[in-house]
Design a protein around this ligand. Sequence first.
Ligand SMILES: [Zn+2]
Length: 120
Amino acid sequence: MNADQLRKTLEALRERMTESQRSIRDGAISDAGLRDLGKAPINFAEQASDEQELDLMAERLTTSSETLADIDDAIERIDAGHFNECEECGKEIGERRLSIRPWARLCVSCQRKLEKEEGL
Ligand SMILES: [Zn+2]
């Protein structure tokens, strides 16, 4: 995944997150919304798997502690040219990790270390 692809993914994610946060805030997940969700599987099959992955990511993010700010930061890092550099050790963040968490700012080993320190 190169910087351009990553940026596009992050921007799409940001858009979706903003939208789902707005829906949750406005209580827009109404009866009509649920009916639309019921129709989703039909559309799903026609859509590219990328779309599905973005939805999943947005959903995961919206319900996790990670925020839009993390995505904004990640976009800033791309613009600054060091999106795949670990903030802790300066090593490259693996491509696989970035494809799962495009907003990651630490490499896997630093992330694990941090989680251990925080007692997670
Ligand atoms: Zn690291």
